[in-house]
Design a protein around this ligand. Structure first.
Ligand code: UD1
Length: 359
């Protein structure tokens, strides 16, 4: 059987974590592949460190940078089209739900290149989230949809997607977690920040709905400040959140604000934390597998399995609710690490099997 030629696309921070095991698996199986980095994230902290941690090299860098959603999506499309024409791959593999995922899927679909979406089928059913629009459109246009959980497969079937386009492969982020956890344990980040294991909380906030509105962001920071009086909150600050805090003139006193961390340091920090408070998608999954309680400061999640089977709780954005939930969790014993079906470190193998078997 002739092996397919593949383009893998990355753009933003969570993509790097998801594509690393795919690139490695394709290399192992002798599949010709090209890694394209759109440059949606471009800082050393948001991108460079991750390429080092994962030993990734992009063959094509599009350098699109920031902008409004329309600007960013359009710039990626314009820059990606000639790259796709240059390589003419059999498959485009996209991951997750960022603007790069959507933009490259649109380009490939119009040029009749088949698209495989890894992490297909997640739905928050909240179209005010830009990521939800990206997920719905990417899934509608992809030929091969690789889902992380059975509920994601069900979502696709409800949307009328043919069952023979869907493969339940498991969670690709967890492949990276299992592979790099032993190395992450060697990180000195906890000592460097003068923290004590299980005596601190890790918080991350960057979702547009949480940081672009002054009142919401102020409520979240108030909650973190109160929680910090009994369990210090470490806040690795996303550039978007930093800009908003500065522009709104908000106060982060009482919190330990640090730069965004690389993957190994971040996973080490989370694995030694007592609690995580976040609006990230991937962190709801990683904390479940690590057995660290997670309070998600959103009203919905596209990853409900982390609530049903993991360590995650939705707590919204009201200061008193977040503080009450944190107090309760801090009084309880640590939960057991979750064992979720096919979150076993072998998802990349199943994705590549699906690509090779597809006709
Ligand atoms: C993007 C994704 C989001 C993902 C997140 C992870 C979309 C719609 N959103 O959100 O799903 O969870 O990445 O981080 O694709 N900036 C920098 N340096 C960088 C990158 C961004 O300073 O390397 C700043 C820019 O001012 C930019 C802002 O951060 O305007 C937001 O970046 P952008 O890529 O537009 O979206 P994120 O909020 O990071």
């Amino acid at each position: 059987m002739k092996k397919p030629r593949v383009i893998n696309v990355v753009g933003a921070r969570p993509n790097f974590v998801k594509v690393a095991p795919l690139v490695q698996e394709m290399r192992l199986r002798g599949i010709e592949q090209v890694l394209v980095h759109t440059g949606q994230h471009y800082d050393e902290n948001m991108s460079g460190k991750f390429f080092e941690d994962f030993d990734l090299q992009a063959q094509e860098y599009l350098g699109v940078g920031s902008g409004t959603h329309a600007e960013q999506t359009a710039r990626i499309m314009l820059a990606f089209e000639p790259v796709l024409l240059k390589y003419r791959p059999d498959w485009l593999v996209v991951v997750g739900d960022v603007n790069s995922t959507l933009a490259c899927t649109l380009v490939a679909s119009k040029l009749d290149v088949r698209v495989c979406h890894v992490e297909a089928g997640l739905r928050s059913y909240d179209r005010s989230m830009p990521e939800e629009i990206n997920r719905v459109v990417t899934d509608a246009l992809s030929q091969l949809l690789c889902t992380p959980s059975r509920d994601a497969t069900e979502n696709l079937l409800k949307e009328g997607i043919a069952p023979d386009r869907i493969r339940f492969v498991g969670n690709i982020m967890i492949d990276t977690l299992y592979r790099l956890l032993p190395r992450a344990k060697n990180s000195t980040v906890v000592r460097d920040l003068e923290l004590e294991e299980r005596r601190f909380c890790v918080a991350t906030i960057h979702r547009a709905s949480n940081v672009d509105d002054r009142d919401v962001l102020a409520r979240l920071l108030d909650a973190l400040r109160t929680i910090s009086t009994y369990c210090l909150c470490v806040l690795p600050l996303h550039p978007r959140t930093r800009t908003r805090i500065d522009n709104f003139g908000l106060d982060t006193s009482g919190l330990r604000v640090v730069e965004p961390l690389g993957y190994l340091d971040f996973i080490c920090l989370v694995s030694k934390a007592r609690l995580v408070i976040t609006d990230s998608g991937g962190l709801q999954e990683e904390t479940s597998v690590l057995g660290i309680p997670c309070l998600t400061v959103r009203d919905n999640t596209e990853r409900p399995i982390t609530i049903w089977e993991g360590t995650n709780q939705l707590v919204g954005t009201d200061t008193a609710c977040i503080v009450a939930a944190a107090r309760k969790v801090l009084d309880e014993a640590l939960p057991r690490p979750a064992k979720i079906e096919k979150w076993d470190g072998r998802t990349a193998e199943r994705v590549v099997d699906a690509l090779l078997d597809f006709d």
